[in-house]
Design a protein around this ligand. Structure first.
Ligand code: HEM
Length: 410
């Protein structure tokens, strides 16, 4: 250990997750900024009284997220679970892309990334455009004000992921409700297990059905691999479930929260409304990803060996939490981070994570966001929030940050 390294367990550690300041709803919590300035790798206290490390610096996060001594194995003692439900049910969760490392992770990941070939995602563009237009048509034909979350933000990514996976969209109420319960910060262990179990059974039955009657979709690809004995049916169901959960709530929050942020910054909104340059639009979406920081409750990890970083010693067995939203407001990586500047280069953000577990669906999410932001303001130039921002309720009880509702008028 170098002389400058400290290993003090700070009993006065800040509680994590921290609350955001309701006056600056887009900014990460002020305490994360203070912590980063004190030391971007600091101890915090979490729900079970343990004191894992919280990483709030951009460079430190990238270093640790790509460090093989950092594991996602949630079954190891000391793993900093998200809540009591996640800790209590850890043994019931099968191995998947989310909780495996090394060769095991590569095996899951390869099977899933096949689904997201550039060709397949590019081929989805017209479908995403058409779905966006149809949802906006329906909203415009209905009463004012309309809730943008229910009208477009949630159905758009759900329809797209259902189509891609081959999950009947009629079941969306069932899986949206259970997906929310399975990642709710305050869900009881029973609720958490019940929600996860119900979704798993649903997906397992669908895989069985597709093993007998395959169609042209990703779940049928997984079912075919299960039939050929490359994976078992439970693994196929687990992969499908992971994509279904990861693939709609995240994009939905980006769509609704992003719309609100753009309405608050009309000169930036004009870029989405007026530019026909695909490169400008693509760049603008990267800045939205940086600025909004919807994945704000920390990616959970555990150290498997001792690591020295930022003058701290992370010991083997210590929990480590990567707070992505605060690192995307680290001025060392993004000058004037509080400014939404769609022309800046923000492609080094960690909104989709970094390292081996970086988001598998990021190209799909980008397509959805590029099409949505550029379509809505062109089609509805008079779009406005129907409530002052102070009266909008922001959600912090889920894995992803966003708004419960966004009443809009035009
Ligand atoms: C704007 C939308 C999205 C955001 C902000 C987002 C964010 C993230 C982040 C931060 C991670 C890294 C997790 C970690 O390191 O612990 C991740 C992983 C993942 N995402 Fe996304 N995601 C989005 C959309 C999607 C979509 C559309 C899909 C699939 C259809 C998807 C599937 C996955 C999967 C399977 C992983 C796990 C990868 C692994 O562990 O190797 N995501 N996502």
């Amino acid at each position: 250990m170098s002389e400058s390294v400290t290993d003090t367990r700070n009993t006065d550690a800040h509680y994590f997750p921290m609350d955001r300041d309701s006056r600056c709803p887009f900014a990460p919590p002020e305490e994360t900024r203070q912590l980063r300035e004190a030391n971007p790798v600091s101890r915090v206290k979490i729900w079970d009284g343990s004191t894992p490390w919280l990483v709030t610096g951009h460079a430190e996060q990238k270093a640790l997220l790509s460090d093989p001594r950092i594991s996602v194995d949630e079954s190891l003692p000391g793993f900093p679970h998200w809540n009591e439900g996640m800790a209590a049910n850890v043994k019931m969760r099968p191995k998947s892309v989310f909780n495996s490392d090394g060769a095991e992770h590569t095996r899951f990941r390869r099977m899933m990334t096949r689904a997201f070939t550039f060709k397949r995602v590019t081929a989805l563009r017209p479908h995403v455009q058409q779905t966006t237009d149809e949802l906006l048509d329906a909203m415009l034909a209905g009463p004012k004000p309309a809730d943008l979350v229910a009208a477009v933000a949630l159905p758009l990514p759900s329809l797209v992921i259902c189509q891609m996976l081959g999950v009947p969209y009629e079941n969306h109420d069932f899986f949206q409700e259970n997906a929310v319960k399975s990642v709710d910060r305050y869900a009881t262990p029973e609720d958490n297990m019940q929600a996860f179990g119900a979704m798993f059974m649903f997906m397992h039955e669908l895989v069985q059905e597709k093993m007998s009657n395959p169609t042209d979709d990703v779940l049928s690809d997984f079912a075919r691999q299960a039939k050929d004995g490359e994976i078992d049916a439970a693994e196929a169901a687990q992969m499908g479930l992971g994509m279904l959960i990861a693939g709609h709530e995240t994009s939905a929050n980006m769509i609704a929260l992003g719309t609100l942020a753009l309405l608050e910054n009309p000169e930036q909104l004009a870029i989405f409304r007026d530019s026909d340059d695909e490169a400008v639009l693509a760049n603008a979406v990267e800045e939205m990803m940086r600025y909004l920081g919807i994945i704000h409750n920390g990616q959970r990890r555990i150290a498997t060996e001792d690591i020295e970083i930022s003058g701290q010693k992370i010991s083997a067995g210590d929990g480590v939490i990567m707070e992505l939203s605060s690192s995307n407001w680290d001025p060392a990586a993004f000058p004037e981070p509080a400014k939404l500047d769609l022309r800046r280069t923000a492609s080094h953000h960690t909104g989709f994570g970094f390292g081996p577990h970086q988001c598998i669906g990021q190209q799909l999410a980008r397509v959805e966001l590029q099409i949505f932001y550029s379509t809505i303001f062109r089609r509805i130039p008079t779009l406005a929030a129907a409530r002052p921002i102070e009266d909008i309720e922001f959600k912090s009880d889920r894995l992803a940050y966003g708004v419960y509702e966004l009443p809009v008028t035009w």
